[in-house]
Unconditional design. Sequence first.
Length: 198
Amino acid sequence: MSAQSAEPGRRRRADAQRNYDLLVAAARDVFHDHGVDAPLDDIARRAGVGNATMYRHFPTRRELIIAVYADEVAALCDRSRSLLTVDPPGDALFGWLRDFVAHVATKRELALSITDDRTGQRSALFDHWHDSMHTAASALLTRAQSAGAVRPDLSATELLALANGIALTATDAARTERLLLLVRQGTDTPALSADGIR
């Protein structure tokens, strides 16, 4: 999904949209490689556009960071929708949860670098992004619960809190997988015994 979602209501000419998308993609790569304080000139150069074009789309670094982070959230939510047809539902849910953990672990600096302004835009943006991710998790969780793959009393809020904790504390990929496995084992529907009692 295009980062245009960060600016609802704005429609661009095809060439302007292409430059916008190139800048967001270049910024994502540069921020990943060199951090959010990387020179903006490097982003324009990587996108293959002039500085004037970049500043026409993104007058400030903050606006560019918002566009990049919005694009990352949109991609994560798109991934959840694509997994709604993947079986088994429990695997789909925890596959997306793994993506969510990676998102929080690798994009936290980007999100935290979005400063507030007098209009309170930062809070509104974060509320919107949080709601989008909660909706994505809820859809996958509901499907997994309907299939009996996950305990019915688990909420998306609880699941995301657990995943967020993993993202902030896991020190390597092996530990991340171990913690996700423990969460999955703890949220599995209890198996039926031979006499039908859980």
